[in-house]
Design a protein around this ligand. Sequence first.
Ligand SMILES: *Cc1c(COP(=O)(O)O)cnc(C)c1O
Length: 454
Amino acid sequence: MTSDLRDRAVRAAVEQGLLGGEQPVTALLDVAGLRASAAALRAAFAAVTGAPVLHAFAVKAAPLVPVLALLHAEGLGAEAASPGELAIARAAGLPPERIVLDSPAKTRAELREALALGVAVNADNPQELARLDALTAAAPTASPIGLRVNAQVGGGSIGALSTATATSKFGFPLTDPGARRHLVRTAVDRPWLTRLHTHSGSQGMALDRMADAVEAAYLLAEEINAAAGERRIDTVDIGGGLPVNFASEAHAPSFREYAELLAARVPGLFDGRYGLVTEFGRSLVAKHGLVLARVEYTKSAGGRPIAVTHAGVQVATRTVYAPESWPLRIAAYDAAGEPRTGPPVEQDVAGPACFAGDLLAERRPLPLLHPGDVVAALDTGAYCFASHYGYNSLPRVAVHGWTEGPGGISFAAVREAQAPGEIVAEAGAGHRDALLPRPSARGRLSDPGDSMKA
Ligand SMILES: *Cc1c(COP(=O)(O)O)cnc(C)c1O
């Protein structure tokens, strides 16, 4: 979204009371932006292959039912990696054939459910594959089944998010001694294995390295098919991981750039013989989300101005715990929602949580903030407010989608803010007395008075 459009959305949110006395923090999603990204993704791959492509949105990037329903309406599917994510995708109305189930820790029950539904499954390791051997032998399934391959091409700039390192916990390693030959045999022996899957990481990966992994998966598919003497592997799932630019408005790199790079690097994968699955998350939603928070107080310590706001670790967990890897742009508005002007002053933008590191930004040059002002944390649509962190029992924030029409900007509720009663219920209120000592026959027998009588 451009800054003009964002400014209009912030003003409308303030005018329409989304940031009222009871709601000092709220999150906004740009509906037109989400649709545009979905369309850009589809167009980018349609331009480089005539084969079918399922774009399965990675649910963990924005586990919100209305967002999945919107993306589904825009022609996308969903990638789920837990029973919760699978349930969210189904609640959004996605049919099983539009859903892919990944996860390195699928239980037998989860696998059985996925195969009964017909959801695509990517097996992570030999033990999971043994369970699939038993399940596919016991009952027929419509589920396409694949192998997740770790191409071991190396990591990116963020270690915790790099999944294609030599010792990554994900997938079947490809370059360990003997691994490749064993994988080919594993696939050839199982006619129901029709897919290969690779996902090299998430943010911080160089596009060339991601392409290395896709190429490795393609070459393995070719080798398996040659060994099987038929087109056994018919689909390659290339994962997600397109990095997002958090430094400006620009959507860079674009889906088009990545699709063109892949088509140039791995032409055989795009000549129509292979169907594709993609699993983009962050790059579809990050730039369309915004957290708005009121400044409650301003103060100064050690010569540093500090604005204490209501947005911190609960909505921007990664930024707070790893600020170097996850810097966020912050925009400043006054109490009426108008952009705050004035000379930039280095100041901390702090959150409400009770630990010193709860900062959205440190020494950030911004017009000096005042109590009642509104700060906006930009590009927070992925892996931020949607994946709430419950520290200090801070409530999950409300999420509103916004659209601009002839009559101005209107909002639709995506998720309500968590009410105090819900926090209390989740804190075990229904079991209040569970840990208190309770009188019982045994308790009376062990009464000191009894032993004295004995
Ligand atoms: C997290 C994840 C994705 C999405 O990654 P993004 O960086 O958000 O695009 C896709 N596939 C798998 C298997 C993942 O774990």
